[in-house]
Design a protein around this ligand. Structure first.
Ligand code: URA
Length: 278
């Protein structure tokens, strides 16, 4: 097979980075250590077969794959809360995240992806987590879905001088897999602290994952989008109005949903105009 085509195929299925020093063949049969059975003593009577104790199934019969890396546990989320709460500025929060060792995603990511845009703008977008291009650049939404988002927002007169943009997860999950619940629980306190430090007038939540994490709602994004809802942010006295929207990556896969996205953009533009007039 053409090696270049094989490499391209690996990249397409998400195997686009090495996360260990050596490849792991998970299909390989593993040799189980053989049990050493001593020969019976010549004088010992042989017990009847029915009375023989049942031995546990041998390790060779199970051929289990190597253990998955342990998931970060809830104590890591509690530590994340303490570390995030101690940050008094965005710069301190970024430094605290960079030094935080409680989330395994940091070990496989190339860069921490903290934010882009204008923290003084009063408008803050929250996405899900970095993809390959964001991981390389250390900036959110610079890949294909970011380019679509930029075009969508340009159509209502917004560019990155007019909003701040960040993600729920600041490190790229390997192979673009979804972050686990534990990883979300660990990253959420940092996002909440980021929002509390920025104190935006309005939030836009891109996609189901960011919407669920920030609002705490279990409803689907298609029922949550289309209207503003107040969200409580720890450390802020007043709730912040948040607009859930469809994620641009979803719109790339589902062009038919662009009608709903357009309705949300119009709502966002009208609200910002109304705020500016008030
Ligand atoms: N998708 C996201 O949610 N965030 C990014 O930064 C890029 C893609």
């Amino acid at each position: 097979m053409d090696e270049l085509a094989a490499l391209r195929w690996q990249i397409e299925i998400g195997a686009d980075e090495a996360i260990a020093e050596a490849p792991v063949d998970r299909l390989a049969r593993r040799e189980a250590p053989r049990a050493v059975v001593p020969p019976p003593a010549p004088s010992a009577p042989t017990p009847p077969a029915a009375a023989a104790p049942r031995s546990p199934p041998s390790a060779a019969a199970r051929a289990e794959p190597p253990a998955a890396p342990a998931l970060p546990t809830v104590p890591a989320a509690r530590r994340a809360e303490e570390v995030a709460a101690a940050a008094a500025t965005r710069e301190e929060l970024r430094a605290a995240l960079a030094a935080f060792d409680g989330c395994g995603l940091a070990a496989t990511a190339t860069n921490l992806v903290f934010s882009d845009g204008n923290p003084e703008s009063g408008l803050m977008f929250v996405g899900e987590g970095p993809g390959a291009e964001e991981d390389r650049a250390g900036l959110p939404f610079v890949g294909p879905s970011g380019k679509l988002l930029d075009r969508m927002l340009a159509s209502i007169g917004l560019d990155r001088t007019r909003f701040l943009i960040t993600n729920l997860i600041p490190w790229r999950p390997p192979g673009n897999r979804n972050p686990s619940d534990a990883e979300v629980a660990i990253c959420l306190p940092f996002l909440m602290r980021h929002i509390a430090l920025v104190r935006p007038r309005r939030l836009v939540l891109l996609g189901a994952m960011a919407t669920r994490a920030v609002t705490g709602s279990k409803s689907g994004i298609r029922s949550l989008r289309g209207s503003w809802r107040n969200v409580a942010i720890p450390g802020l006295e007043n709730p912040i109005p948040a607009l859930p929207m469809l994620h641009p990556a979803y719109l790339l896969r589902t062009p038919g949903a662009k009608r709903e996205a357009w309705a949300d953009l119009i709502l966002l533009r009208r609200t910002l105009d109304h705020d500016a007039a008030g």
